[in-house]
Design a protein around this ligand. Structure first.
Ligand SMILES: Cc1ncc(COP(=O)(O)O)c(C=O)c1O
Length: 434
C-alpha cells in the first residue's frame, strides 16, 4: 500500500506503475524523476468525494494544492469535481490558469500580501480565510475601496495539538496561524459581523498533518462547535459552514497504520451531527482540505545510483543523483522513507545502506537505514510515497536542475513538468556590465 495501486513487477523483474516500466521511464526522461499514477490520484479524489457525499450531501472536498501543484494536477483535480485551496499568489494563479472556477477557490495564508488579497478579490475567489486582525482590516479597506462584498471564513486555533497517534488539548495561543479561542476569535467574529463588506459564512481550523488518530478530528469538531454555540449566544452568528482543514496521514512505512478515508469521513460526519444535536445548533456544511492523502501515495521518485562508499564496520553510503533539492522532508523534519530498486524489484533486500544525496551538506541523507538488494552504480532507486510535499519544496541548491514530473496511465506517459535546463538556471540572472 505504500506504492501506487497499479504497481506490479513485470516479467523483466522491473517495477511497473500505470503500465509503465520505471527503469524505462528513467532512461527516457532522466533522473531524478517524479512519477505519478493517475489511477491512484483520481481514485483518492473519488474516494474522498464519495465518502463525504455518501454521508453528508452538504459537504465539499477541497484539494490542498500546497501538497503538489502544477497546471496538470489542477486540471485533473478540477475534472474530478474537487475545489482547491491555495495559499499564495502563485498557487492562485496556477489554479486560475488551469481553469478552476474562482468560486471553487479557497484562499489561505497567515501573511497574505496586499497584492495577493487584491488578486483574490479581483478574481472573485469563493472564500478568503482570514487569519489575523491586521488582515481583517486590510481586507476591509480593500473591499470598501472597490465597493464589493467578500465571502470569508475566520481561521481559528482550537488548541488541539495532534501528533500521529494522539492529540493533546493545549488551549495554546502560541501559533502563527489564526485566532485563538481565548477571546481573539470572538472579537474577530464581532468585527467581521459589524462590517457589511464581509459575508462571514463559517469557521476554519487545521490542526496538523500526517495525523493517524481520527479522535483528534472529532475533538476539534467538538471544540469548534462549542465555540460556535457560545458565539451564537453572544453575537447571533450562525456557523453555516465548518472547514476542518486537512491532515489525514498516509503510509510511508510498512508498519504505519493511518485511518482510511472512509473512516475519517465517518468520524467527522458523526461528530458534526452529534455536536449539533447536543448543542441544539443547525448542522453546518462540512468542508475538508486534504493534500497529502490525495497525492502522497500516487507519487514516487526515481534516482540513478552513483557513487557507493563502503566504510567497513560503519556503513555503506549509496549516493543518488538528487537529494535535498527534490525531497527536503527528511532534512526538515526527519521524515522517514523506504526504498527499492526499480530495476531489481524481485531481488531480495539483503543489505542495510544509507541513501545519500549529491549535495554539499553532510545532512543531505534521504534514508538512514534502507534495506536494498545488492546495489550497483546505474541501478534505479525508487522512493515510494513522495507525491506530497516533494516537488513543491524542490530547490536549486548547488544549481541542481529541478526534476521532471510525469503522470502515467494504461502504459501512456504524459509530462506534467519538464526538467529544468541549464539555461533555465541562469534565465533570471543579470550579467554585470564590464
Ligand atoms: C490550511 C491547511 N489546509 C490543508 C492542509 C493540507 O494538509 P495535509 O496535506 O496534511 O492534508 C494544510 C497543510 O499544511 C494546511 O495548512
Amino acid at each position: 500500500m505504500i506504492l501506487p495501486s497499479t504497481s506490479k513487477v513485470n516479467k523483466n523483474g522491473h517495477l511497473e506503475i500505470g503500465g509503465c516500466d520505471l527503469a524505462l521511464l528513467a532512461a527516457n526522461y532522466g533522473t531524478p524523476l517524479f512519477v505519478y499514477d493517475e489511477d491512484t490520484l483520481r481514485g483518492q479524489c473519488r474516494l474522498y468525494k464519495n465518502s463525504f457525499l455518501g454521508l453528508k450531501s452538504n459537504s465539499e472536498v477541497i484539494y490542498a494544492s500546497k501538497a503538489f501543484v502544477c497546471l496538470g494536477i489542477c486540471q485533473l483535480v478540477n475534472n474530478e469535481g474537487l475545489s482547491i485551496d491555495v495559499s499564495s499568489a502563485g498557487e492562485l494563479y496556477t489554479a486560475l490558469e488551469a481553469g478552476f472556477s474562482p468560486d471553487k477557490i479557497y484562499f489561505h495564508g497567515n501573511n497574505k500580501t496586499d497584492e495577493e488579497l487584491a488578486l483574490a478579490v479581483d478574481n472573485k475567489v469563493g472564500i478568503i480565510v482570514v487569519d489575523s486582525f491586521m488582515e481583517l482590516s486590510r481586507l476591509k479597506e480593500l473591499l470598501n475601496n472597490r465597493g464589493v462584498k467578500q465571502k470569508i471564513y475566520l481561521r481559528i486555533t482550537p488548541g488541539i495539538k495532534a501528533s500521529t497517534h494522539e492529540y493533546i488539548q493545549t488551549g495554546q495561543e502560541d501559533s502563527k496561524f489564526g485566532f485563538s479561542l481565548g477571546g481573539a476569535a470572538t472579537l474577530a467574529v464581532k468585527k467581521a459581523l459589524e462590517n457589511n463588506c464581509f459575508n462571514l459564512s463559517g469557521l476554519h481550523a487545521h490542526i496538523g498533518s500526517q495525523i493517524f488518530a481520527t479522535r483528534s478530528f472529532s475533538k476539534a469538531v467538538e471544540v469548534i462547535m462549542e465555540f460556535a454555540k457560545t458565539l451564537n449566544e453572544k453575537t447571533g452568528f450562525v456557523m453555516r459552514e465548518l472547514d476542518i482543514g486537512g491532515g489525514l496521514g498516509i503510509k510511508y512505512h510498512a508498519d504505519d497504520e493511518p485511518s482510511t478515508v472512509e473512516e475519517y469521513a465517518k468520524v467527522i460526519s458523526k461528530a458534526v451531527t452529534k455536536q449539533a444535536n447536543r448543542l441544539n445548533l443547525q448542522e453546518p456544511k462540512i468542508l475538508v482540505e486534504p493534500g497529502r492523502s490525495i497525492v502522497g501515495t500516487a507519487g514516487v521518485t526515481l534516482y540513478t545510483v552513483g557513487t557507493i562508499k563502503e566504510i567497513k564496520g560503519i556503513r555503506t553510503f549509496v549516493s543518488v543523483d538528487g537529494g535535498m533539492s527534490d525531497n527536503l522532508r527528511p532534512m526538515l523534519y526527519d521524515a522517514k522513507y523506504e526504498a527499492l530498486l526499480a530495476n531489481k524489484a524481485k531481488a531480495k533486500a539483503s543489505q542495510k545502506v544509507t541513501i545519500a544525496g549529491k549535495h554539499c551538506e553532510s545532512g543531505d541523507v534521504l534514508i538512514k537505514d534502507a534495506m536494498l538488494p545488492e546495489v550497483e552504480m546505474g541501478d534505479i532507486l525508487c522512493t515510494p510515497a513522495t507525491g506530497a510535499y516533494g516537488y513543491v519544496m524542490a530547490n536549486n541548491y548547488n544549481r541542481q536542475r529541478k526534476p521532471a514530473v510525469v503522470i502515467v496511465k494504461d502504459g501512456q506517459v504524459k509530462e506534467l513538468i519538464a526538467r529544468e535546463s541549464l539555461e533555465d538556471l541562469i534565465r533570471l540572472d543579470k550579467r554585470l556590465k564590464a
